[in-house]
Design a binder for this molecule. Structure first.
Ligand code: 8YV
Length: 331
């Protein structure tokens, strides 16, 4: 029996067949086209002998996993977010992490805006009402929502996706755009997005629509909790397309029920796919199952980028979108 000389890799979830075929040209691939959900223990067992892993952003890669999987050289996320990686532990273990930025920026910004509009104009609530057979007559204030054009769009986290949302708001809807970020953008980028930098308190207090697009970390855990919600206008909407855990979901559900704020649109949740039961019962929230980047074209581009990172690093010694400072494969 011929012994393969190709490096071995693991693809943790079902993925486009053409991307698997591309990977198979370079690697011995163990895939999961049945899309089984593996426990962390099963994942660790499958990682034995693998040099690379194609991850979906939910698989925790930390010091314990790295110690148990000494053959691993690269973890390639098919997502821009990488809060599943302990990058310091990966760097210490000589394991590269890569993500999938840029290819999803505009699609995700489109979705952020769609969720904002559905939330502010109460589209989901109105649709449920109609489907439920409750529409027997029109009335002047039926599902009256809040204005989008000309209102104040506040963005917390002003990376590439935040900037895409800012441009849509300013150029498409004549919104006044304000933002807060760890670091202020350069003047040219601010001018391009027509966005003004403000402090976090001003952002919360002035927002008509607050969109969260910041990365999740220990530092951003519960960035929006009861105290922050209390600072917002009672007419404001809150949109989270970033990560679960940035918002305290229990506090948000209470704020929605008490009308501390008017409405929320959430694509991400603490402990997803579990959704806080209180969010399930408040009417003034639009809930979507983490689909902000979900167009087939964008997901294919994300998958190709993750695959190209594996091929680039393990075959050619250079990844495309490395997250930690290892650029040459460690043989
Ligand atoms: C992913 C995302 O589709 O890229 C990210 O960080 O959040 C989405 O685009 C999602 O993480 C899949 O679980």
């Amino acid at each position: 029996m011929a012994i393969s000389t190709k490096p071995a890799i693991l693809v943790v979830r079902a993925i486009f067949p053409e991307v698997l075929a591309k990977l198979a040209q370079h690697f011995d691939v163990e895939s999961n086209q049945a899309d089984a959900l593996w426990t962390p223990e099963q994942l660790q067992a499958k990682l034995q002998g693998k040099q690379g892993v194609f991850t979906m952003g939910a698989e925790r890669i930390d010091a314990a996993v790295l110690a148990a999987c000494p053959s691993l050289k690269i973890c390639a996320n098919m997502t821009v977010g990488y809060n599943n990686f302990d990058l310091a532990a990966m760097t210490a273990a000589g394991v590269l992490g890569t993500n999938a930025p840029d290819v999803l920026t505009e699609t995700t910004a489109d979705f952020g805006f769609a969720l904002l509009m559905a939330t502010a104009r109460r589209i989901a609530e109105a649709e449920h009402f109609l489907r439920g057979g409750h529409w027997t007559r029109w009335s002047y204030d039926m599902f009256a929502g809040s204005e989008i054009h000309g209102s104040t769009l506040a963005i917390l986290g002003m990376g590439r996706i935040g900037q895409g949302i800012a441009r849509r708001g300013a150029l498409g809807f004549g919104m006044k755009v304000i933002y807060h970020n760890r670091s202020r953008l350069d003047a040219a980028t601010e001018a391009d997005c027509k966005a003004a930098f403000v402090g976090k308190d001003e952002l919360l207090q002035t927002a008509d629509h607050l969109v969260l697009v910041l990365p999740y970390s220990a530092q951003t855990h519960h960035t929006i909790s009861a105290a922050e919600l209390a600072q917002m206008k009672p007419t404001a909407t809150l949109i989270n397309i970033a990560r679960g855990g940035i918002v305290d979901d229990a506090a948000l559900a209470a704020a929605l029920r008490n009308k501390t704020i008017a409405a929320a649109g959430l694509d991400v949740f603490e402990g997803e796919p579990h959704v806080h039961p209180d969010l399930m019962t408040v009417p003034n929230v639009v809930l979507t199952p983490h689909i902000a980047s979900a167009t087939l074209g964008t997901r294919l581009a994300m998958a190709h980028l993750a695959a190209d990172n594996l091929i680039g690093y393990l075959i050619h010694g250079q990844a495309l979108t490395a997250l930690n400072p290892l650029s040459v494969s460690q043989d």
